[in-house]
Design a protein around this ligand. Structure first.
Ligand code: PLP
Length: 280
């Protein structure tokens, strides 16, 4: 497999990374995961825009968007993986360990492609989740490499025999450890507003577009853990998880414990977008 690090495309087994890369010491950087279906990028522009925005939010202003596009395009061409995902991270750069930014460093890019199957069983049967406190920082809209709280909370789910941890701040549901969260209440789709408390998922935005096209009423507003537990339907979204029903939270059944009607309609609409059908 061909991957990319700091200016060079190489075979995976020939890549060595610099131990002074600030990604190691501080998680000092940002990243994206882009989906490839049938050899073609899905929502590449949106992911590249967010990468540039995230970088800018942490003070990396000189990131060359066309260069980032070129790197992922090359990886997609050279690896010939029809259903995959590309991981791309940008660290602040290389420099001796020091909290303050090194004076003369430039961003270092690491990128590779993986084969990725669609989570077809989970999308049909649904998954279970647990709830936990969201104790992350207050810039969750930045897709930061600093994922310690996210990995600890994902592990909490795994240890509980569940698939995802749904986070809340003082009873307000924010998002999952690596997904956005939607509920259906009185037939209306509800998800947390895109502010600094969540990552504004590209899949989240796709789902809202589908809701618009299909005349499914939706609101971007906060909801509580109690509303989550009492919801008619719950689902999570992400680039790799797509639209996945949540049928159980903290051991309690959501709705009828099956994929709901609204979730199903949104999945259909999302599929159409993947296959570029009926796009407006
Ligand atoms: N929220 C968090 C914390 C994430 O890490 C992710 C994706 O990894 C998402 C939401 C979903 O974002 P997207 O749909 O752009 O993959």
């Amino acid at each position: 497999k061909i991957s990319y690090y700091n200016g060079q495309f190489k075979n995976d087994d020939e890549i060595t990374v610099d131990y002074n890369d600030r990604a190691f010491y501080f998680g000092d950087g940002v990243y994206e995961v882009v989906r490839v279906y049938n050899n073609e990028f899905f929502t590449l522009d949106e992911h590249m825009d967010r990468l540039i925005r995230s970088a800018s939010e942490i003070g990396i202003e000189d990131l060359d968007r066309s260069k980032m596009v070129e790197i992922v395009t090359q990886l997609n061409k050279q690896n010939n993986i029809s259903d995959g995902s590309i991981y791309i991270q940008v660290s602040r750069g290389i420099g001796k360990r020091n909290h303050a930014y090194p004076l003369d460093t430039k961003p270092v890019v690491l990128a590779y492609m993986n084969e990725t199957a669609r989570p077809t069983d989970q999308m049909e049967e649904g998954i279970s989740a647990i709830t936990a406190e969201d104790y992350r920082w207050l810039k969750c809209h930045v897709k930061s490499l600093n994922l310690l709280a996210n990995v600890m909370e994902k592990e909490r789910a795994v240890r509980a025999g569940a698939h995802e941890t749904i986070l809340n701040r003082q009873g307000i549901v924010t998002e999952g450890s690596s997904t956005n969260v939607f509920i259906v209440k009185d037939g209306v789709l509800i998800t947390h507003p895109a502010d600094n408390m969540i990552l504004n998922g590209i899949t989240r935005l796709e789902v809202l577009k589908v809701a618009e096209l299909r005349n499914i009423a939706y609101e971007e507003k906060t909801f509580t853990v109690k509303e989550l537990m009492e919801a008619e339907e719950v689902f999570i979204t992400s680039t790799t998880q797509e639209v996945t029903p949540v049928i159980e939270v903290d051991g309690e059944m959501i709705g009828k414990g099956l994929k709901g009607k609204v979730t199903n309609a949104l999945q259909e609409g999302f599929n159409e977008r993947i296959h570029k059908l009926n796009l407006v």
